[in-house]
Ligand binder design. Structure first.
Ligand code: CU
Length: 296
């Protein structure tokens, strides 16, 4: 019997063990496994940079504060004959200094953070718009201005393995709970705008490698955009990140980024299928067998 919770717990342990033992050879190994990913978009790298800057500022503050504290505890303790120095109590000069320094630190972090927020929210000049609709439990993608629309649900193998008493080890399923039957396909190097909404409860479309996380709220359309690096085609995986009910853990987000030429060919094929009245969502995608599939 395999339970999802247990699987995730042991997977986390394996990741932590790998992180502690393995050298940081690339972005997806060693200590970087417990950090956020650098990602494959300009925005995701800027978010990563901001996060690292924040981390090092915190480390610096911790070293200084705990250093002074530990030094005081050891060298100025009462058993050593230390007597409390009260000259600093209600000392205006000292109070100005220890107010001004944190303010300066906060402002120096807030300026780049605000700049990045403005940049993240710039959804203008998108080359392609896709409507993303969350539902219990999956995603519907509709390519605006085309008849192409399909539903993306948990991959067949993951779905089978997650059943109680399925007898299938999650370890035997590649990308367990992170595969779908029909991934979203986007071109690299082009600005994609997502119009995110929901038809039932609040979901959230999250793709860490793109630096994208947007709530899908019924009755609202939220905008978000991203541009995948032209030299980074591939399959990227995320999840719904708003607790949305029983199967919240079983509605992953999978995006396949391909070259613009490959995308144009794919879109043309989907349009032709749709015109013939073929239900793309009902088709058995090649992703159902993720072992050998390049689309997975
Ligand atoms: Cu959800």
């Amino acid at each position: 019997m395999y339970r999802a919770g247990l699987g995730i717990f042991s997977r986390t342990l394996v990741l932590l063990a790998a992180a502690a033992g393995a050298p940081a050879a690339d972005a997806q190994s060693g200590w970087s496994l417990i950090n956020m990913p650098r990602g494959v978009t300009n925005v995701s790298r800027k978010i990563y940079g901001l996060h690292m800057m924040g981390l090092w500022v915190c480390v610096g503050i911790a070293v200084v504060v705990f250093g002074v504290m530990i030094w005081s505890l050891i060298f100025h303790r009462r058993s050593r004959g230390a007597v409390a120095d009260v000259t600093m109590v209600h000392n205006t000069k000292v109070e100005i200094i220890w107010t001004a320094i944190p303010v300066l630190i906060l402002v120096s972090m807030a300026v780049p953070a605000a700049n990045l927020l403005v940049r993240i929210n710039n959804n203008s000049h998108a080359q392609l718009s896709i409507r993303v609709t969350g539902f219990q439990w999956g995603w519907q993608y509709q390519y605006v201005g085309t008849p192409v629309s399909f539903v993306s649900k948990l991959g067949y193998r993951s779905d089978e393995a997650r059943e109680l008493d399925s007898g299938i080890s999650p370890y035997a399923v590649p990308h367990y709970l992170l595969t779908v039957d029909h991934p979203l396909v986007v071109p690299t190097g082009e600005k994609i705008r997502l119009l995110v909404t929901s038809v039932d409860v609040i979901h959230s479309w999250w793709l860490p490698d793109f630096g994208v996380k947007k709530d899908a709220i019924p009755g609202f359309i939220n905008e978000v955009s991203f541009t995948v690096d032209p030299d980074k085609p591939g399959t990227y995986r995320g999840q719904c990140t708003e607790l949305c009910g029983r199967d919240h853990a079983y509605m992953p987000v999978v995006v396949r980024a391909v070259s613009p030429a490959e995308f144009a060919a794919w879109l043309k094929k989907q349009e032709a299928l749709q015109k013939q009245g073929v239900d793309i969502s009902a088709q058995q995608a090649s992703t159902q067998t993720p072992l050998a599939s390049p689309t997975g």
